[in-house]
Design a protein around this ligand. Sequence first.
Ligand SMILES: *[C@@H]1O[C@H](CO)[C@@H](O)[C@H](O)[C@H]1NC(C)=O
Ligand SMILES: *[C@@H]1O[C@H](CO)[C@@H](O)[C@H](O)[C@H]1NC(C)=O
Ligand SMILES: *[C@@H]1O[C@H](CO)[C@@H](O)[C@H](O)[C@H]1NC(C)=O
Ligand SMILES: *[C@@H]1O[C@H](CO)[C@@H](O)[C@H](O)[C@H]1NC(C)=O
Length: 606
Amino acid sequence: MFWIIMEDQYMHTYIILFLLILLSLDCTALDTIYANQDIKDGKATLVSDGETFELGFFSPGKSNNRYLGIWYKKISHGTVVWVANREQPITDTSGMLKLSRHGNLVIRSGGNPMVWSSNSTGNNTVVVAQLLDTGNFVVWNKNKMIWQSFDYPGDTFLPGMKIGKDLVTGLQWCLTSWKSPDDPSVGEYRNIHDTNGYPQNLWWHGEILQGRLGPWNGLGFSGSPVEKENQIYSPEFIMNEKEIYTAYQLKSRVLQRVVLTWDGKTLILQWIERIKDWIVYANAVVDICDRFSLCGPFGICSINKHPPCICMKGFEPRNREEWEASDWASGCIRKKPLQCGNGSGDGFWKIARVKVPDTRRVWYNVSMTLKECEMTCKGSCSCTGYTSLDIRNGGSGCLLWLDELLDTREYEADQDIYIRMAASELEGLVDSLSNFNKKKRTLIVVLLTSTAMLLLFAVAYACRKIRKTPHMKGQGNWYALDAKNTSLQMEQLDDLQCYSLHEVARATGNFSISNKIGQGGFGPVYKGVLKDGREIAVKRLSETSQQGLDEFKNEVICIAKLQHRNLVKLLGYCAHQNELILIYEYMTNKSLDWFLFGLVTLHDFT
Ligand SMILES: *[C@@H]1O[C@H](CO)[C@@H](O)[C@H](O)[C@H]1NC(C)=O
Ligand SMILES: *[C@@H]1O[C@H](CO)[C@@H](O)[C@H](O)[C@H]1NC(C)=O
Ligand SMILES: *[C@@H]1O[C@H](CO)[C@@H](O)[C@H](O)[C@H]1NC(C)=O
Ligand SMILES: *[C@@H]1O[C@H](CO)[C@@H](O)[C@H](O)[C@H]1NC(C)=O
């Protein structure tokens, strides 16, 4: 009797407490479960503190299977970011998640006492499982984290998550695609942070390497489609004795997530509240040059070129036939073998602004200078190229390639690579390119001098002759300039005619705009008719220019060029005060370019 009274006294309290707990479970969402508590399919979910994420049982797409997962609570219930029992679907709604008193998360279903387990163990003191507002589901043992869902990513890479490797436990954090929108089990695609050589992000389709994001260069990942000064998404890269990983943070309140879709695309998606949907903010694959090693070993992919593949300097296609048929996979080979080691041996050729080649077979040192790097590369027979590890502050560290250079692309970034080649090959290149300016200058000086002399001579001689025989009409005249030898030969100078300004003005209707047939680099060109009915093209070198002679030089070069091509005849000239006018035979079926010559530059001669 006494016992019953006692029980009765306490019963009220117990019942009230029990009701309170039930109420709180039903009405206020909790973010935590304690040891021996459970979450039954259809009965309850966990909701993170800020109500961003929710954890519970769901069915993906058109499937009827049940999975324990985490999805966005406030914005999009259909967007699942993590699935526990990916490979162990539950076929009915008997599923239940329970936290054991040892801190192990277990999913059971009607017929199966252990569908899935987190395999976490703690002490049987206080264990709790909590869904954080980052989307991370964590098991705590007192204040120590003994398990977290972020260590087992699925297809979604959330801010704060890591993709890479825990060097202590050996755990690899990577993304794996779903099989289909209806099936979260591991599909064909995976996106990993490969820690061989120097870490970089690779995406695979089965055993085929499809693409990569180059290594971290201090500012970003080489070749990343996401701009460095991104206001939303800030990527990071950590490498120490314990772990190597990439992660990212969102700088603003914008909601983004990275997902490896079931059909193999790595996308950054952004939530747009107005349309209540995700849009693609960036795609890891932007163009054909993002296909891994499209241009083969020692090839460079350039999206602005057609075709996009070229060989690096000093290299030529391994298989020209394939190459010409737009199959570049076999890549390029050296024109001249490396000397390797001995004496002057080899040198380096700089390729500016690139996404650096594949770094799976490299050697690196974070403290070397670029010069030390070069010496180290030179000292190793297998070294094929080098660059700085970190491009900030003028560059530091050393990255050496010990194999073929694969998957290089032109890319707007401040990263250069130095590729090794035989010194003899380099000499040729230096000659033709570095000394280009020197050669050009010499050529110009020679031309200028010769032209000036020629002009003076021609003007003096011809004008004197005209003075003697004022009405003489020549058969036209031309002089040949062999630009290659930079030697001038004059032929039939006798017939070079000096026209008066009055005569030229009359022929062109006083340089009438209606007679203007074009505007060359050095002045307008007019069509005209001489008194004898011959059609002429008149080039009036721009009066404003102080460099009449300079331009005249170019003219001579152009004429020389034309001589080779058999040619527009120079009939004469007119020099009156600061007017310099050239008079050509007008050839109706020649293109205007023949008279404009504006496009012809010295480059064509070297
Ligand atoms: C837990 O351990 C079992 C058996 O060793 C294993 O099959 C399962 O994949 C593990 N679960 C997780 C989440 O690692
Ligand atoms: C369990 O408790 C012991 C002593 O209290 C402690 O040394 C050990 O690290 C604990 N293990 C875990 C996984 O928390
Ligand atoms: C370097 O020189 C030595 C002796 O001069 C020679 O025996 C060796 O073959 C050379 N090595 C290479 C790679 O040319
Ligand atoms: C890196 O280079 C520095 C400077 O040359 C050198 O002192 C250091 O030993 C190198 N570290 C490794 C791991 O080779």
